[in-house]
Design a protein around this ligand. Sequence first.
Ligand code: ADP
Ligand code: YYY
Length: 227
Amino acid sequence: MNEVPVITIDGPSGSGKGTVSSLLAQQLGWHLLDSGALYRLTALAALKAQADLDDIAALSALAKDLDVSFRTCDGSSQRQIFLGEEDVSLQIRTEEVSLSASKVAAITEVRDSLFARQQAFAQMPGLVADGRDMGTVVFPHATMKFYITASAEARAQRRLKQLQAQGIDANIQRIFEDIVARDKRDSERAISPLLPATDAIIIDTTPLSIEEVIVEIKMHLKHKGLL
Ligand SMILES: Nc1ncnc2c1ncn2[C@@H]1O[C@H](COP(=O)(O)OP(=O)(O)O)[C@@H](O)[C@H]1O
Ligand SMILES: Nc1ccn([C@H]2C[C@H](O)[C@@H](COP(=O)(O)OP(=O)(O)O)O2)c(=O)n1
């Protein structure tokens, strides 16, 4: 049986990995794994169940039993994320869920509970996997690995614009501090810390537009014979 090609795109919050992964998966006609959404969904399920974020057994059971589906409406590139029959696409992006997601993501048992589910996304014709540890832990033998990053200032500016576009009042200093705090927690945790895989291609997107990042990634894919 042929091996399923996997492209991993890891990086910190606001580096653009979600946008780039989704565009790339769409352009290649490949599957997409938004692994951050699984941690966000676990956090949301815990908040809904009023589970204690220190209750490791309860959190890992919630992660294991998540009834999640990623759906795409016909004729639209917009993906919707469902927990059971509820569309939670917006709920999982709130600040409360972001903060809780970063806490549950630091728990080994939660990561273990989500591991097999993430690997099951690798299906023909291929997978683009977006997260923090796609290239280091979940798909260590991926066909091609990218680590995309940007300065904390640039990432804060991007988030500000994103929130303003959604009509949400936001404060740049607060966003910047949140980003630095989340980077620290994601990079310093003992399990699956945010780190580029040794064989990842690192792209600093600070001076680049989304289109320029896609062009650069495609250049590498072409080089590898994937395009
Ligand atoms: N290279 C870029 N230049 C400018 N804005 C970008 C770039 N990449 C992403 N963005 C914007 O930044 C915001 C965060 O991007 P996103 O893909 O959600 O990041 P991540 O998944 O890494 O947290 C989005 O509004 C996106 O449109
Ligand atoms: N593979 C992954 C993906 C996300 N996480 C963590 C990191 C974040 O704190 C949360 C949410 O990740 P997500 O990628 O949705 O967050 P950002 O859009 O980058 O802000 O989950 C992780 O630990 N491992």
